[in-house]
Design a protein around this ligand. Structure first.
Ligand SMILES: [Zn+2]
Length: 135
């Protein structure tokens, strides 16, 4: 099961002084943009949250949740295909030709934090790590 970001990936990011929070946030946005391809919903139906250190798990975490009260199974369906979701998200992030992230890849029109921080390159590193690929 793909769930936690492997420790080796976190050490790689920390050792390279890369922006973990920006990478998580960028990966979250890109995944929310991709999820409708798998879950037959609109990205407006889904919300997300990412944090470099979640108090309940003591680890970096990305949450993607149904925007409808009580949920309609979108996030649950996404979790069932999470490896495909990460793979498609990685393709989006790595193929988008923009240098720093744009609305087509990691920027979100409904971000509550003004799309800050976002780090598209670190998002790619995190996604490759989640998929067990070379960083
Ligand atoms: Zn882009």
């Amino acid at each position: 099961m793909v769930g936690d970001i492997p420790d080796g990936v976190l050490h790689h990011i920390a050792g390279g002084s890369m922006d973990l929070a920006g990478g998580l946030h960028a990966a979250e946005h890109a995944a929310i943009g991709i999820l409708p391809l798998f879950a037959l919903c609109d990205r407006a139906d889904i919300g997300g949250l990412s944090t470099p250190l979640h108090p309940d798990t003591g680890r970096p975490q990305i949450f993607i949740y149904d925007g409808h009260p009580g949920g309609v199974g979108i996030a649950e369906g996404g979790f069932g295909v999470v490896e495909k979701l990460w793979d498609a998200t990685l393709s989006l992030v790595s193929r988008c030709p923009c240098p720093q992230g744009c609305p087509a890849c990691v920027q979100s029109p409904k971000c509550g934090n003004n799309n800050e921080p976002l780090d598209k390159l670190v998002a790619g590193t995190i996604l490759r790590g989640l998929l067990g690929m070379p960083l």
